[in-house]
Design a protein around this ligand. Sequence first.
Ligand SMILES: Nc1ncnc2c1ncn2[C@@H]1O[C@H](COP(=O)(O)OP(=O)(O)OP(=O)(O)O)[C@@H](O)[C@H]1O
Ligand SMILES: [Mg+2]
Length: 253
Amino acid sequence: MSDDAIIDIRSLSLAYERGGQRNVILSNLDLSVARGEFLVIVGESGVGKSTLLRVLIGLARPSSGKVRLATRPGCRTPMALVFQDSRLLPWRKVVDNVAFGLEGSGLSRAERRARAEEMLALVGLAGLGSRWPHQLSGGQRQRVSLARALAVEPDVLLMDEPFSALDSFTREGLQDELQRVQAKTGKTVIFVTHDIDEAVTLADRVVVLAGSPGRVAADIRIDVARPRQRRDAALSEAAAHLRSELSRRSAEL
Ligand SMILES: Nc1ncnc2c1ncn2[C@@H]1O[C@H](COP(=O)(O)OP(=O)(O)OP(=O)(O)O)[C@@H](O)[C@H]1O
Ligand SMILES: [Mg+2]
């Protein structure tokens, strides 16, 4: 494991057993993620992207292989996961949704609320804590879900198509917000998307999962200066390169 790696996945395989049938989803997957890196995973539907995130957060058990984490000693919640839908509790005010993961952390109620308010400010929602989830737009709800994930101070933020249900204007706003938050917090992020432009806008590195069972078919560094401008020719070039890699890989399989 290299010194700066926060996650090191070696020869990971995962199979689901159902009705006596064994379905191999991931096979011999190797992937290392550097501390502070913004890694984007792309790949066809069903290839195992969400499954890989579930393994990382401990919701699914690999059949074989190793996942090594070099998270901070004493870190209570090494990872937090943000989903496509915000999954807020409708009966809790926004601030109490953000504070949810802090229950049992030893912080007092006032401290939990203060942390939640701070996280809401970080994602651009200062002052909205006393609303109910249904009083927010879809984009605002996704920001709350990001704030809730950040509140537990995870070393790694896992995001599974977090913006894909949003219109393109809101989505671009959230991409900018996420880049700003990541620059500020230095978090390691693993982000799954189907959107190539989103991938190159956000990523330090894009990994393509392909095949059945899924494996890493391409690993592409996006060397474009930050903060990134959407109309930067270097980004369009990176997107074109990624598109051609994707079609080449699917033609090979
Ligand atoms: N609990 C489960 N039991 C059995 N099979 C499962 C289970 N969860 C996922 N699968 C199967 O594993 C495969 C990978 O699913 P996964 O959700 O990881 O794909 P994905 O790459 O995230 O796809 P999408 O882009 O559509 O979200 C699929 O064929 C799916 O049907
Ligand atoms: Mg998925």
